[in-house]
Design a protein around this ligand. Structure first.
Ligand code: GLN
Length: 194
């Protein structure tokens, strides 16, 4: 492909600017998704950022974007979801009947590290990338994953990164570090399927 890869970033709420920085640093073109029409723009992939999943889901509904976004991702659009984004994708949220997009075959536990450990930083192994920096902010973890979900990273016996087909999700925030390898992984493995 000799044109730039184009990634749309859901920009209703939360930490989307840092994803734009990381993707631009890798040479990707980016645009912000703020309204329904933005979902029709040509894109090779999407980002669902961190923030507050309940708020983001409500905004998606209020702005009449929820069903279109769900259809686009279900239709195979590559998507990279971080933290609250992972909660939006999950088929089940432990301890509640609430489901948002419900597309990825994982059960997540919200705010799963308790109050004291709400935010922390570690270096931990991620699939073939080796050690990567991971910033967790009131993060979820994956309590269980379906048979077609690949586990990409485990921290303290908890699953923190997964892939299922066109979807990549991390409980932590790779965009908050200058190490852009997970965004690069998304572009290479999920968008271009190399
Ligand atoms: N705790 C938030 C939620 O439940 C996620 C936190 C984050 O995205 N950093 O939506």
């Amino acid at each position: 492909m000799n044109r730039k890869v184009i990634i749309g970033i859901l920009a209703l709420q939360g930490g989307f600017i840092e994803h734009i920085r990381a993707l631009n640093a890798l040479g990707a073109e980016t645009f912000e998704i703020r309204k329904k029409d933005d979902l029709r723009k040509p894109a090779d992939g999407l980002i669902l950022p961190g923030g507050e999943s309940t708020t983001m889901s409500k905004l998606l509904t209020d702005l009449d974007m929820f069903n279109d976004l769900k259809a686009i991702i279900s239709g195979g659009m590559p998507v990279f979801a971080t933290c609250a984004g992972m909660i939006l994708l999950a088929r089940k949220i432990a301890g509640t009947q609430t489901v948002h997009l419900g597309i990825m075959d994982i059960t997540v536990k919200r705010n799963a590290y308790g109050r004291q450990l709400g935010s922390f930083f570690v270096h931990a192994p991620f699939q073939e990338l080796g050690m990567v920096p991971m910033t967790f902010i009131r993060a979820p973890f994956v309590e269980s994953a379906g048979a077609t979900v690949s586990v990409l990273s485990i921290v303290d016996d908890r699953i923190v990164a997964v892939r299922q087909g066109n979807m990549l999700a991390t409980a932590f925030h790779p965009e908050l570090n200058t190490d852009n390898r997970i965004h690069q992984y998304f572009i290479e493995k999920i968008v271009f399927r190399t």
